[in-house]
Design a binder for this molecule. Structure first.
Ligand SMILES: *[C@@H]1O[C@H](CO)[C@@H](O)[C@H](O)[C@H]1NC(C)=O
Ligand SMILES: *[C@@H]1O[C@H](CO)[C@@H](O)[C@H](O)[C@H]1NC(C)=O
Ligand SMILES: *[C@@H]1O[C@H](CO)[C@@H](O)[C@H](O)[C@H]1NC(C)=O
Ligand SMILES: *[C@@H]1O[C@H](CO)[C@@H](O)[C@H](O)[C@H]1NC(C)=O
Ligand SMILES: *[C@@H]1O[C@H](CO)[C@@H](O)[C@H](O)[C@H]1NC(C)=O
Length: 348
């Protein structure tokens, strides 16, 4: 995910398509609730093990768990904070389901850094394939209908489809139609998760991609790219309509949006007072490649590091060119916008 610092939309490797499968049935103990997560690097906790993945290189993971272990940050990512909010253990990555079979009862994380709803990096599993993995486990009776009824899903689709569109030289004029096709496919995925029996499904809104360090680097991390942010707004408007329609069509309130966009905007907008951590320049990332050819974690053929690292990752909102630090995620989760949307996780 990490390679293309220049592509604006790349930031979203982590598509926040986590799907939470939250439990909602009264009387169930927390141990019986399961969280299923789908999407990209904003949610991945170790599925992407491709050798080139930065998440397995130093200095990723230095804050938590203390060494590189598959998260695209210095520490915890959105999945960890969501599980924490629910009082649950972080669901383990799908790839560890056999080694850590005892943890499967808490749900699974299918998110895979670099993916989108469409194919962004073959052979990475797109969201359709991630949902296939859950369906396979249901077919194999690893999860029962009752399990799913008490489950919540979190879906993170954070922008890799758009980074890929730009990388593939999609036209500017074609962008609105492409955004529409992304939201349509995302809607198909959300409906399918619901069809598998998951009762609560949270989908993250798209963050202001124009404010990602990959896109603010030309202004030395001073100014967001407003053209990209306008396209993000279109995505989020269409997503809100889609979620409203899904609830209408299913005569439920199963679907809701996690306000990633509002939370990022609040934290990045210095003039707005908010609870939680503040940052000196929230647009400045902690870990930066020495030139456009290098990214956080890069070393040359002699093993010399080709990036600079800030002295304290807690003082930066962004970790690398695309992803927040653990402290950045903590700030996102402490905004009123995010807390309000999180409250919808609880079954009613
Ligand atoms: C997802 O990947 C599968 C397997 O490669 C492919 O058959 C399918 O067309 C892809 N789906 C989308 C929506 O791109
Ligand atoms: C699971 O079973 C359903 C119904 O029998 C079938 O249509 C589907 O292809 C199976 N999916 C997977 C991933 O095994
Ligand atoms: C992108 O597409 C435009 C118009 O089709 C073309 O002129 C340009 O050379 C292409 N750029 C690349 C890098 O392929
Ligand atoms: C769903 O949409 C239909 C048609 O637009 C409308 O008549 C109906 O009131 C809506 N139902 C709910 C529950 O919002
Ligand atoms: C930041 O906050 C101020 C004050 O609430 C508001 O006027 C401004 O539009 C905000 N800017 C952004 C980029 O959200």
């Amino acid at each position: 995910m990490v390679a293309q610092n220049s592509a604006v939309f790349f930031l979203f490797l982590f598509c926040f398509l986590f799907i939470f499968a939250f439990s909602g049935v009264e009387g169930l103990g927390k141990g019986e609730q399961k969280l299923f997560v789908f999407g990209d690097s904003y949610a991945d906790t170790g599925n992407n093990r491709i050798a080139l993945a930065s998440s397995w290189k130093f200095p990723y993971g230095i804050t938590f768990p203390g060494k590189p272990a598959g998260r695209f940050s210095d520490g915890r990512v959105s999945t960890d904070f969501i599980a924490g909010y629910l009082g649950m253990k972080t669901p383990i990555p799908y790839r560890w389901r056999k080694q850590l079979a005892g943890r499967v009862k808490y749900g699974l994380n299918f998110a895979y850094g670099g993916t989108g709803v469409f194919d962004t990096r073959a052979p990475y599993p797109n969201m359709t394939t991630q949902i296939d993995f859950l369906q396979q486990l249901i077919n194999d009776s690893v999860y029962t209908k009752r399990d799913l009824k008490t489950s919540l899903a979190y879906v993170s689709a954070s922008g890799n489809d758009y980074a890929n569109y730009i990388a593939m030289n999609g036209s500017t004029a074609g962008f609105p139609a492409f955004i529409s096709s992304v939201v349509i496919q995302l809607t198909v995925n959300l409906r399918r998760i619901h069809g598998l029996g998951v009762k609560k499904i949270a989908v993250g809104s798209l963050p202001p991609l124009g404010c990602l360090p990959a896109n603010t680097a030309p202004s030395s991390f001073q100014r967001c790219d407003q053209t990209q942010n306008a396209l993000v707004n279109l995505h989020n408007q269409l997503l809100l309509q889609a979620v409203t329609n899904l609830n209408n069509q299913t005569n439920s309130n199963s679907f809701f949006i996690l306000d990633i966009h509002g939370a990022f905007s609040t934290v990045l907008n210095q003039t707005q007072a908010h609870q939680g951590p503040t940052f000196e320049n929230p647009l400045q990332p902690c870990c930066v490649g020495v030139s456009a050819a290098f990214s956080c974690g890069s070393v040359d053929e002699n093993g010399e590091k080709k990036y600079t690292l800030c002295s304290n990752p807690k003082s930066n909102f962004f970790w690398d060119s695309l992803h927040p630090t653990q402290e950045g995620w903590r700030a996102v989760f402490s905004t009123p916008a995010f807390q309000n949307s999180l409250n919808q996780l609880w079954l009613n």
